[in-house]
Design a protein around this ligand. Structure first.
Ligand code: GLU
Length: 283
């Protein structure tokens, strides 16, 4: 493999039980690392203290062991890395590429409710608001997308299926980089951590393809290396919809409890053969 040893990661959020889609991602990331003689890391994305649960962390570990996936090194908890995220935010703040946003949760829910999927771009209400005029008021930090993209200039990233991709984060607007309640965001934390952990190949679902445009921009602004991206297609349930935690898709824990052989399941998934009733999506 060019550029040294492969490092991949599985980065679940412990906000609910994992489903087959997570297993598909984990199995692919693990197999890719092992095929390249490299490392497979586990990162627990628990920045959201109100939705993350220890029982779900325990469930993730049980799921991975059941699938026969061993991870390398100590697992990383994002909740323990707030200093690294604050330092990155500080770089952007000093360059005036982020601004405080005082909008209420109700106003921003649409834009920040989930790291995945299409969201309405923030209309920029707080861009240009002087923070000195609202002392002591809680606020998020949003990227000034126009300033940030101008500062970064043209940038590209590489995806296994899409090939060379021009980063075009602009349509996603001034996304939140630090929430009012958390002091970081999915986008900032994942970018900082992939670099800190030396991840060379990000294996994850197509639902995060749009997010990669933002991650690539943050890498450019923060002077971080850009991994290769291997966005894979998503598992589709019997109802024709992609699996999702929030839709209560059948959990790996329930398959385990029903006596399903996790290693056989993993061996099927790596050959793109999901269990009966599931299929691999096409886009
Ligand atoms: N934590 C994210 C999730 O559970 C995945 C992050 C990533 O792979 O970049 O959906």
């Amino acid at each position: 493999m060019e550029g040294g040893a492969v490092v991949t990661r599985f980065a679940p959020s412990p906000t609910g039980p994992l489903h087959l889609g997570h297993a598909y991602s984990a199995v692919r990331a693990h197999a890719f690392a092992r095929a390249g003689g490299g490392a497979f890391l586990l990162r627990i994305e628990d920045i959201d203290g109100t939705r993350s649960r220890a029982e779900h962390v325990a469930g993730i570990l049980d799921d991975l062991r059941w699938l026969g996936l061993e991870w390398d090194g100590p697992m990383v908890f994002q909740s323990a890395r707030s200093g690294a995220y604050a330092a990155a935010l500080d770089v952007l703040r000093r360059r005036r590429l982020v601004y405080p946003c005082f909008c209420t949760r109700a106003e921003i829910t649409e834009a920040v409710g989930a790291p995945h999927g299409p969201t309405a771009a923030y209309p920029g209400t707080c861009r240009g608001v002087d923070p000195a005029s609202r002392p002591g008021e809680a606020h998020a930090w949003r990227i000034d997308m126009a300033a940030a993209t101008a500062s970064a200039g043209p940038i590209d990233w590489w995806d296994e299926r899409a090939g060379s991709v021009r980063a075009e984060p602009g349509s996603q607007g001034d996304v939140v980089l630090a929430r009012k309640d958390v002091a970081t965001s999915y986008h900032l934390a994942v970018t900082v951590d992939d670099a800190a952990q030396g991840v060379t190949d990000v294996v994850r679902g197509m639902d995060l393809f749009a997010a990669t445009h933002i991650h690539r921009l943050l890498q450019a602004l923060l002077g971080l290396p850009t991994p290769r991206y291997r966005h894979h297609q998503l598992l589709i349930g019997a109802d024709g919809e992609r699996l999702a935690k929030r839709r209560g898709s059948q959990s790996l824990a329930s398959l385990r409890a029903d006596g399903t052989d996790g290693r056989k399941l993993a061996a099927g998934l790596i050959e793109d053969i999901p269990p009966a009733g599931f299929s691999i999506g096409r886009d």
